[in-house]
Design a protein around this ligand. Structure first.
Ligand code: GUN
Ligand code: FE
Length: 425
């Protein structure tokens, strides 16, 4: 059992910050939270064991539910095109390099290290079509002690010859990755079924992935309704589908097992209804949607409909690995959307985006992202003393950290109760 004392801030519900000034979190030896207290229960004299973090902030760690590991080298580059030419011009050529496990290992080390640096303790990751490189990525997460869903990517059409796998290669690779993680994993790193998006995958590939989802219960991640040209193209490729989402649903890849769909900028009507019915998560990627001029996802509508929403960096269409940036953009884009719709869609509040970056995304991993009893203790200790030079309240301190802070302010990181030191790579 461990006890931590600090200024505790979390969001059990989206609309309100729960704040315990100089409170205590009691964490059991299995990494689960026993409880959060203003005063320690008096029948137990635990004072000797308390880790006292003084006036620092203790918040749930961040969860990035959509991120492309092999696009790390392109961060901050190549943002002058829309989605489809951007993929062909910049992204596919970079991903092709991951055929070389040596290159993959070198760049994936930097990627996992940076997730650690930014306080992102759990992520849902796209790798590439290459099984060996993808296994290396999964092993780096295991070594770091961080949680991740790692996706070997399926793509067998509309891509360079050198960046395609056959359905058989993909299924063999998936089975290998699953067997490897079943045997060597720590339960924190799991495979996820990852058709890149409908234009990349033939009917045969989507059918095989849907059957594999049904057979294994593994979760699914992909892209949905990101860009207008992409949506028109999907209509041509899948004329029988009633909407883009239905093109996944037909194959059992839309909520039949837990499912993440990134973007959803143009999701409405039938597609929104299907996501709600099937419990599909929207992963909102506002930095990416701004950079690729994709659009403004109607997050307020999704929340009002009771659809699960998480946040993603979507690097390197997103230009930064910090979830702080994603939260800032989520608020700012929602304000532009508010202005654009003449106030029809109220913008997102600070506590709402903080919820999305913690418990909203964390819920895809189970009881993660909040400090309620039974939740896994994933946390960041924040030293904001350089921002806190006058009499700021705790809500103001969180607000200033979310807008002005960065990775240097994170002093300790915990995932499932274990403090994670800097990866040795
Ligand atoms: N759609 C298909 N592939 C991608 C990708 O790599 N990034 C983004 N933003 N959208 C995609
Ligand atoms: Fe993406």
């Amino acid at each position: 059992m461990k006890i931590y004392r600090a200024n505790i801030i979390h969001t059990p519900t989206p609309g309100r910050l729960e704040i315990i000034e100089h409170g205590y979190i009691v964490v059991k030896s299995n990494g689960l939270i026993e409880g959060v207290y203003k005063d320690l229960p008096s029948d137990l004299d635990w004072r000797r064991q308390v880790m006292d973090y003084g006036d620092k902030l203790l918040i749930p760690a961040f969860n990035d539910l959509h991120v492309h590991a092999p696009q790390y080298r392109n961060l901050g580059l190549a943002l002058d095109l829309e989605l489809l030419p951007w993929l062909n011009t910049y992204t596919f050529p970079e991903e092709t390099k991951y055929a070389d496990p040596e290159y993959a290992g070198r760049l994936y080390r930097r990627f996992v290290h940076e997730l650690w640096m930014q306080g992102t303790m759990r992520s849902a990751v796209f790798a590439t079509i290459h099984p060996e490189s993808t296994r290396i990525l999964a092993d780096l997460f295991i070594q770091a002690g961080m949680g991740a869903y790692v996706g070997l990517v399926g793509m067998n059409r509309n891509a360079p010859e050198t960046l395609r796998n056959t359905t058989d290669e993909l299924m063999d690779g998936m089975r290998m990755l699953k067997a490897h993680l079943d045997e060597h994993g720590n339960g924190l790193v799991r495979p996820i079924i990852t058709p890149r998006f409908v234009p990349s995958c033939s009917d045969k590939m989507l059918t095989a992935l849907g059957e594999y989802a049904q057979e294994t219960g593994l979760p699914v991640q992909s892209h949905l309704s990101e860009n207008r040209s992409e949506i028109d193209w999907v209509k041509e490729l899948e004329p029988e589908a009633t909407c883009y989402g239905d093109a996944y649903n037909k194959y059992g890849l839309f909520g039949q097992t837990p499912t993440l769909m990134a973007h959803c900028c143009y999701t409405d009507g039938e597609e929104m209804e299907l996501m709600k019915q099937n419990g599909v998560f929207v992963v909102h990627c506002p930095t990416s949607n701004s950079n690729l001029s994709s659009g403004m996802a109607p997050i307020r509508k999704f929340l009002n409909a009771g659809i699960h929403v998480a946040l993603g960096t979507d690097i390197s269409a997103g230009h930064h690995m910090s979830m702080l940036r994603v939260m800032q953009y989520a608020i700012q884009v929602s304000k532009l959307n508010y202005a654009q719709t003449h106030g029809e869609m109220p913008f997102l509040s600070l506590s709402e985006v903080f919820y999305l970056a913690t418990k909203g995304g964390g819920s895809f991993f189970g009881k993660v992202g909040s400090f309620e009893p039974g939740y896994e203790f994933d946390a960041l200790l924040i030293d904001d003393s350089y921002l806190n030079y006058d009499h700021y309240t705790l809500p103001q301190r969180l607000e200033r950290y979310l807008y002005l802070g960065d990775d240097r302010d994170i002093k300790r990181r915990f995932c499932r109760g274990v403090e994670l030191t800097e990866p040795a790579y």
